[in-house]
Design a protein around this ligand. Sequence first.
Ligand SMILES: [Zn+2]
Ligand SMILES: [Zn+2]
Length: 116
Amino acid sequence: MAAAQCPVCFTPLEIRTVTPCLVCGANDEHPLMAKYQAFRLPNEELIVLCKGCQLEEFMVPGGWGFQMFPEEQFPLDALSPIPEQVAIEPATDKYCPECKLRYSFLKILAESGISG
Ligand SMILES: [Zn+2]
Ligand SMILES: [Zn+2]
């Protein structure tokens, strides 16, 4: 289903070229990298992360990992790595200029009940 509004803050979404990482993929300062890892979330949704976001967003207090899995001592443990290679190519996704995040990730946050 196409969504025209951010599921978290309801700002109209823009279209952006993104890298495979769901967290930093729309950030211009994060160029396409050599390796991405796909994970399955406890609710079966897929998430793709670059190495930087695995370390910084999922292992650092206050990062998304701790917001999504506050009960985990190491939030990355809540994710199941998927062995298949992630295609390293730019894609197009919707983007919230207010949350500064990709729609694919905002959707996961909204489903997790996280308000950004
Ligand atoms: Zn990233
Ligand atoms: Zn938003």
